[in-house]
Design a protein around this ligand. Structure first.
Ligand code: HEM
Length: 362
């Protein structure tokens, strides 16, 4: 970390402790900005959310920054072990010690969102790196219709050190390796699949760097359960030049990227039914995702010392389901790996087989 960055981090820590000490439990306060929140200390977040929406998320778009801010919060938090000996968890170390953590292979491409967040983090000035990273993720996803309003707790102290390497799962990892790593961080297989709902608003820049922004499903701007369906459709091609890359397996749709890890989890007996049960089950998906994110975003933190500011998080537009098979697809292409529950009945989008456009860089 450079000296300037150290100063900023220390400054943010002081400011955060001022915020926390101002947190006299005042309920239902009206903030100077006109909004209401349960705790006076949370008032400071309303203008910060405005700043995030205008300066980071291109006027409240569910675009690349919103997607990447969610990925960043995961890569920050997962550097933790319930057995100790790893990083500080959801502490913002990935932002504050970015020179170290962006060099890890699993963080490939994450430098783009760090570069976008850093100046806004400095401009805001009053949040610790951990509060900033996890607030940005919560705010960003509300730009995607269907997303839940995540919990947000304020007051994480500044990170003490970078997380060590090899804590973030890779798409080339086996299901056993993935479940073992998540278990080490405190998550069961049910929570792992719930967290992977995030891949409904995801695209890859680095798996095949010749086709940046390649989405994981046909509705990358919507927080729906489409990704759980499309990962099960029989793969026939690799997007782009039809060449395979590490971490990628055959995808069913031109312009769509399928991660090897997502496919393996959809087929494994330990997770196949959890995967299938998400399909067209928006309520189950967002409820479980929200619960798992609530745990992820305070990993390694003393939650009793944080202030519950969840009521400042905006509400996303609703998702108007049901989901559908992409045009030309049907149950005939589903590689069903769970037979314990019936496969949902879904209609098919009309028209010719789609070619998905990439998510534009901002
Ligand atoms: C088995 C665990 C996981 C693996 C192996 C994995 C792997 C990946 C990979 C390879 C990418 C594409 C990166 C690139 O090429 O640019 C990606 C994107 C993404 N991941 Fe995951 N991921 C996992 C779990 C998660 C979790 C738990 C979350 C959030 C809670 C998450 C959120 C995202 C998001 C939002 C993106 C899209 C970022 C963007 O579009 O800019 N992932 N993931």
């Amino acid at each position: 970390m450079t000296f300037t960055r150290l100063l900023v981090t220390v400054g943010a820590a002081l400011a955060t402790s001022q915020l926390v000490s101002a947190a006299v439990a005042t309920h239902g306060v009206k903030c100077p900005t006109g909004q209401t929140t349960a705790n006076k200390a949370c008032c400071a977040l309303f203008p910060i959310i405005e700043t995030l929406q205008t300066k980071l998320f291109d006027n409240a778009e569910c675009g690349e920054e919103a997607h990447s801010a969610l990925r960043l919060s995961f890569h920050d938090a997962i550097g933790f072990s319930i057995h100790g000996g790893k990083g500080g968890g959801a502490d913002g170390s990935i932002l504050a010690f970015n020179k170290t953590e962006t060099a890890f292979h699993a963080n490939s491409g994450i430098d783009d969102i760090i570069d976008a967040q850093w100046p806004v983090f400095q401009e805001v000035g009053t949040l610790s790196a951990g509060d900033f990273v996890h607030l940005a993720a919560a705010v960003g996803i509300t730009n995607c219709p269907g997303a839940p309003s995540l919990e947000f707790f304020l007051g994480r102290p500044p990170p003490r050190a970078a997380a060590p390497d090899l804590t973030v799962p890779e798409p080339t990892d086996s299901v056993t390796a993935i479940l073992t790593r998540f278990a080490d961080a405190g998550f069961n297989p049910n929570e792992v699949i719930a967290l992977l709902s995030s891949h409904t608003i995801a695209a890859a820049d680095e798996v095949d760097p010749s086709i940046p922004g390649t989405p994981f499903d046909s509705t990358v701007g919507t927080f729906d359960s489409q990704v759980f369906l499309e990962v099960l459709l029989k793969g026939t091609l690799f997007p782009g030049k039809n060449e395979s890359h590490p971490g990628e397996v055959l995808s069913p749709i031109e312009g769509e990227m399928r991660l090897q890890s997502d496919f393996a989890l959809s087929q494994d007996p330990r997770t196949a039914c959890l995967w299938q049960d998400m399909i067209n089950n928006q309520n189950r998906m967002v409820t479980q995702f929200k619960a798992a994110m609530a745990k992820l975003q305070v990993l390694g933190q003393n939650k009793a010392k944080l202030i519950d500011c969840s009521d400042v998080i905006p509400q996303a537009a609703p998702f108007k389901g049901p989901i559908k098979y992409p045009a030309t697809f049907s149950k005939a292409q589903v590689q069903q790996a769970c037979h314990a529950s019936p496969f949902p009945k879904l209609a098919t989008v009309a028209g010719p087989a789609p070619t998905l456009p990439p998510v534009p860089p901002s």
